[in-house]
Write a protein that binds this ligand. Structure first.
Ligand code: 1HN
Length: 324
């Protein structure tokens, strides 16, 4: 068919003499011919650049203690060390959708209140008395082993009026929000005033309450002794606490979800895809999607898992498979 457009460019396009000519004319119009794709856009099974890696609590603590001498919490905004997956071009994310960071607050310091669309939560490592977070005006005193939620757009800041530094691990869905782009951030002047002080909150999971729930739990379909924390306020993220028995390896499982593991107690190693990672208390390690995961505790252990499973499930993308 001949095109008789008035526009000479369109006419030239419609009458392109060969594929090279067509490509040259489509290029400045920001069209890419499907047959000229530089890279495949589909593949048979999940692929990721993200790597299975581990971060050591011992190293993080040494780094945070140095930072404690060198920068105060006000200057730093948050005194934290992000766990950056070591892949080309990445300067932030721990996995595709999630980021984790170790944070420390010195006695007498405050980390000022802010709020943002990303959901956040913390796993408390070491605190003495009077280290707390303030979520929407409610002071929550931190205790070791706590999982504390700060859902998206809830005001949150931290204070330490105790005698020892407070250390914890932050987990956020910031990379997911960056991908989808609904990012909002509001800053408060200083720390939000405390209107109430309680640990009775749907945002608080104490070690004692999680242990009690685990004691009642039975093994899931894959033999895992694990509970899922009831956290509907954080719709993008699933939180699990799992007990591992020393010497008993778990079933090798693949799932499309991205998982961050933090070691609450115990020691061992895990096989994540081709990689073997050893761990002990306070360490963090990651399983990018579709890597087979097998934990091999050398001692009884408690593992905390932060996963983007709800995103996969809600969007109909979730798949898992037991590996032989
Ligand atoms: C954040 O708000 C906190 O409030 C910690 O303590 C870590 C990492 C990325 C973005 C926001 C906090 C964070 C964060």
């Amino acid at each position: 068919m001949r095109a008789d457009s008035q526009d000479p460019h369109l006419s030239a396009l419609a009458n392109a003499v060969d594929l090279d000519d067509l490509r040259r004319q489509l290029d400045p119009l920001d069209f890419m011919a499907g047959w000229n794709k530089q890279e495949p856009s589909l593949w048979r099974e999940p692929r990721t650049d993200f790597k299975p890696v581990a971060w050591r609590w011992e190293a993080a603590k040494a780094g945070l203690d140095a930072a404690g001498r060198l920068i105060d919490a006000e200057q730093a905004e948050r005194r934290n060390l992000f766990m950056v997956n070591p892949i080309a071009g990445n300067h932030y994310a721990t996995l595709r959708t999630l980021v984790a960071a170790y944070q420390m607050l010195l006695p007498g310091e405050k980390a000022r209140t802010h709020r943002h669309s990303p959901n956040a939560l913390r796993l408390v490592l070491d605190v003495a008395d009077d280290c707390y977070t303030v979520v929407d005006g409610v002071r929550i005193d931190m205790q070791p082993g706590d999982v504390l939620l700060t859902p998206g757009m809830s005001w949150h800041g931290h204070g330490n009026e105790g005698s020892a530094p407070g250390y914890w691990i932050d987990f956020l869905d910031v990379p997911l929000v960056q991908l989808l782009e609904p990012m909002f951030l509001d800053l408060w002047e200083g720390l939000q005033p405390v209107a109430d002080n309680t640990r009775e909150s749907p945002y608080v999971f104490s070690m004692a309450s999680m242990q009690a729930q685990l004691a009642q739990a039975s093994a899931d379909e894959h033999g895992r002794m694990r509970i899922r924390l009831d956290a509907p306020s954080i719709p993008t993220t699933a939180l699990f606490m799992q007990t591992l028995t020393g010497g008993e390896a778990t079933t090798r499982l693949r799932s499309t979800e991205n998982q961050i593991f933090a070691v609450v107690s115990g020691a061992g190693d895990s096989q994540i895809g081709e990689q073997s990672l050893s761990w002990s208390r306070g360490d963090v390690f990651v399983a990018p999607g579709w890597h087979a995961v097998q934990h091999r505790p050398t001692k009884d252990a408690l593992l905390f898992c932060v996963s983007d499973l709800p995103v996969h499930e809600k969007l109909g993308f979730h798949r898992s498979r037991v590996e032989g």
